[in-house]
Each structure stands twice: as structure tokens, then as C-alpha cells.
Design a protein around this ligand. Structure first.
Ligand SMILES: C[S@@+](CC[C@H](N)C(=O)[O-])C[C@H]1O[C@@H](n2cnc3c(N)ncnc32)[C@H](O)[C@@H]1O
Ligand SMILES: [Zn+2]
Length: 264
């Protein structure tokens, strides 16, 4: 079994089953499993603002520096069950940490970027990846997951509720206003959707908060890590600064676990 075995057809919503290198539904729609192990279930060209391979390389280098490890630990501790998807998974870094902490779990990474799905498919032996748009219908059956993880990525509460089993969990990591504050000021970084804590809960009406924690840190990081942090985000589309220096990294992130409203 792998995460690909619990996907649904993006055309007709019937379950997909795997045979050799193809996922197929009972209605005859079929989707090739790419050599790199991911499947494109988007059904259209990815949007122009999907993360590029260069952005993902920068993200992977930045995450490898370890500054967001406490976020990954908090996300992993909040996840439950054996079927876990990360939406907007990027490199699959967080999903891999979740799977490390949950040895019986299988993982599925979704992302609208093909480059991300390629990388995420290799992020962990128990992870698979599909190209899919969180704003559209997710290619997953109703009531099929124990946990949905969403780290710094778009949220679609109605879809999360549909794909989670009753009592299933949503684990969100969301930047708070102080996140990357110094760097944003210095390099004019575009906002990363930083939000007030209350707004996060308000955007998920009916969901029961089971745990929430705020992670803060302030550490000096070398110029190369600053450059990766800038290059891994939307600034990559608007030109990168010619020169960066060592700087302080402000971390201000909330990790919140919620139980799906259908639990009641
Ligand atoms: C800020 S990155 C976070 C990636 C990863 N969760 C992490 O924290 O390392 C946002 C990710 O969401 C993806 N994304 C943006 N819009 C999306 C959408 N509509 N559906 C699915 N993924 C999306 C991007 O391609 C990118 O990989
Ligand atoms: Zn179908």
C-alpha cells in the first residue's frame, strides 16, 4: 500500500487503483505514475505561480539547516492515524517528519507544482505524491484520511472536512505577524500570508481545537541561508536581491490541531 492506493479519480471521483505504472478508475480514466514516482491528477496546466524546481532546491537547503525542526516536531506530534496527507507539501519535508514519528502511517503529499510533487515523492519511503490543487476538489475519496497536514500552504476547510474520517485531524502551521519580521523589513519580502491567531480559528468554523502552540525563536543565520530563505518564496518571481548579508531569523509560528466538525 502507499498513498497512491487511496486516491480518487479527478474526473469522476471513483477510487483509483494501481496496476503497474498506471492509476485507473472503474470508469476507465487512467493516470500514469511518472518515473519519479508522482502522479499528475491536476487535469490542467499548473498555474504560473506554482513553485519552481529552483525554489524547491532553495527550500530544501533552508529546511536542512534545521531552523524549522521545532515546527516539524510539533506538526508530527499533533498528527494521528495511519493515513496522512500533506496539502501544499512542497518538498515533503514535514510529511517525512510526520512519517518518521508514526512508523505505521502512509503519507500522501499534494501540491499544485509538478516540481514539488517530484521531490515530495522521494521525501520518505512511505510517502507518495500527486499534483493537485487544494482550491479544487482534492483527488481523495470522502472520509478517507486520519490527518491532513497544512504547513504554510493554502487551506480549503470544506475539502479537508470531506476527505477526513469522522474525528479526523487537521494540523495547520501558520506564520504569525512576527514571523520573518526583520528579514521582511530588510529585503522587502512579500508577505507569506501571516495571520492573526484568532483569524486562523475563525477561518475554520465548527472545527474543535485540540491543541495549539506558538513557536518563537530569533537566531542569526549566515548570508547563504538568508539567500535560500528569500529564493524559496514568492520573491523568487519578482527578482532576488543582488547581495544579502548575515541576518536575524525571527520565527513566530502557530501550530494548531483541530478535529473535523463531522466528529460530532
Ligand atoms: C510556502 S510553500 C510551503 C511548502 C511546504 N508545506 C513547506 O512548508 O515546506 C507553499 C506550497 O503550496 C503550494 N501551493 C500553492 N498553491 C497551491 C494550491 N492551490 N494547491 C496546492 N498547493 C499549492 C506551492 O506550490 C508550495 O509548494
Ligand atoms: Zn474516473
Amino acid at each position: 500500500m502507499s498513498g497512491l492506493d487511496w486516491t480518487a479519480c479527478p474526473v469522476c471521483n471513483l477510487p483509483l487503483s494501481r496496476r503497474d505504472h498506471v492509476l485507473r478508475c472503474a470508469d476507465g480514466h487512467s493516470f500514469d505514475i511518472a518515473r519519479q514516482g508522482y502522479v499528475n491528477l491536476l487535469g490542467r496546466t499548473p498555474p504560473a505561480n506554482a513553485d519552481t524546481a529552483e525554489m524547491l532546491d532553495a527550500r530544501a537547503r533552508f529546511l536542512a539547516a534545521g531552523h524549522y525542526d521545532p515546527i516539524a516536531d510539533a506538526v508530527a506530534a499533533a498528527a494521528r492515524g495511519t493515513r496522512i496527507a500533506e496539502v501544499g507539501a512542497g518538498t515533503g519535508f514535514y510529511l517525512a517528519r510526520v512519517l518518521d514519528a508514526h512508523p505505521d502511517a502512509e503519507g500522501l503529499a499534494t501540491d499544485v507544482s509538478v516540481a514539488a510533487a517530484k521531490r515530495a515523492a522521494r521525501s520518505h519511503p512511505r510517502a507518495a505524491a500527486v499534483v493537485a490543487d487544494t482550491w479544487a476538489r482534492l483527488p481523495l475519496p470522502d472520509d478517507s484520511l486520519h490527518t491532513v497536514v497544512c504547513v504554510f500552504a493554502p487551506r480549503n476547510p470544506a475539502e479537508f472536512e470531506r476527505v477526513l474520517r469522522p474525528g479526523g485531524r487537521l494540523v495547520v502551521a501558520q506564520p504569525l505577524p512576527g514571523h520573518l519580521a526583520g528579514l521582511r523589513e530588510r529585503y522587502g519580502l512579500l508577505g507569506v500570508g501571516e495571520d492573526k491567531s484568532e483569524r486562523l480559528a475563525a477561518s475554520l468554523p465548527g472545527w474543535d481545537v485540540t491543541s495549539r502552540g506558538r513557536l518563537t525563536d530569533r537566531v542569526e543565520i549566515p548570508a547563504a541561508v538568508v539567500a535560500d530563505l528569500i529564493a524559496m518564496g514568492p520573491n523568487a518571481f519578482h527578482g532576488l536581491p543582488d547581495h544579502v548579508e548575515d541576518a536575524f531569523l525571527d520565527v513566530d509560528v502557530e501550530v494548531i490541531a483541530l478535529v473535523s466538525p463531522t466528529a460530532a
